[in-house]
Design a protein around this ligand. Structure first.
Ligand SMILES: [Ca+2]
Ligand SMILES: [Ca+2]
Ligand SMILES: [Ca+2]
Ligand SMILES: [Ca+2]
Length: 288
């Protein structure tokens, strides 16, 4: 984008046009996880995107679409004389693209794209078969892992243990949540109507939030008093409507199962770095 200006008014208009273009582009931000291996084989495509809003956390989505490679099929789909092109299709088999104005992922022929799945929806909507509960005592719980300095050498390396990011491990996790030397826990206590919270209680509330519970009652359906910080009412332990948050600072990585491994064939892993919130790497495993 280039603007030529001769006076103050034209310069002001040019700046407004440039900033408007930035805003328009930012509403359509996507990051796509595709490696060269996936492009040369017919497989899947995972696309993360977010929508900036005036809410505390921006709404993020993680879509799975179908990646189709001319190279793999040997068919020159677009009849341009080579078999080097790749396409992304939705669940209906329609080619998709991103609307340059709204940022929405749409069918090229028109209408919204129909993804194979969208991870945020799978984590929020109990009526879907892909649903995973934010409550760790449920059989269909989300599997979230992090790493602690288990050998206490003040470094994170291959010797440290992966542990589940659960209330059960709150005592081990609390020192990794950055709760000391700041007013976060006292602010959280005030927000929730408590006079104070212990560090462990504060850590447990964060763990519940990260797992996807509506601890802050963002959907506003609470009528019960939140009397005991260790026992939130159902209206605060239910899944949030928007669990993923923005994916701007995350790097979705798609790891396909080995074609030789029957046991792993039903499993794929999507890894999200929630470094914009807590500075910790969190992994999630969901069934295909
Ligand atoms: Ca072609
Ligand atoms: Ca081509
Ligand atoms: Ca260590
Ligand atoms: Ca609620």
């Amino acid at each position: 984008m280039f603007f030529s200006t001769n006076n103050a008014t034209e310069l002001a208009n040019a700046l407004i046009a440039a900033l408007s273009d930035i805003i328009r582009r930012s509403t359509g931000f996507t990051s796509t996880a595709q490696s060269s291996l996936q492009v040369t084989a017919q497989g899947d495509s995972v696309i993360g995107r977010f929508l900036p809003t005036n809410l505390p956390i921006w709404d993020g989505q993680l879509y799975k679409f179908i990646l189709y490679s001319e190279f793999n099929s040997g068919v020159d789909i677009n009849s341009d004389g080579d078999t080097k092109d790749a396409y992304v299709f939705d669940k209906d088999g329609d080619e998709i693209e991103q609307d340059p104005t709204t940022g929405a992922i749409v069918k090229k022929e028109g209408g919204l794209a129909n993804p194979v799945w969208e991870a945020g929806e799978c984590l929020s909507n109990p009526s879907l078969s892909c649903y995973r509960s934010p409550n760790e005592d449920q059989s269909n719980k989300r599997n979230i892992y992090t790493v602690i300095d288990s050998d206490s050498n003040a470094k994170f390396n291959i010797n440290d243990q992966v542990i589940e990011f659960t209330l059960l491990n709150a005592t081990l996790l609390q020192d990794y949540l950055g709760l000391e030397g700041n007013s976060f826990c006292s602010q959280l206590a005030t927000t929730l109507g408590f006079t104070s919270l212990t560090k462990l209680q504060c850590a447990k509330l964060i763990i519940r939030f990260v797992r996807g519970q509506d601890i802050l009652d963002w959907n506003g359906n609470c009528v019960e008093i939140f009397a005991d910080p260790d026992n939130p009412p159902a209206c605060r332990s239910e899944p949030r409507d928007n669990i993923l948050g923005d994916i701007f600072h995350a790097q979705p990585i798609q790891i396909e199962p080995s074609r030789l491994s029957h046991q792993l064939r039903r499993i794929y892993v999507v890894r999200l770095y929630l470094i914009n919130v807590y500075g910790h790497c969190i992994q999630r495993v969901m069934p295909r």
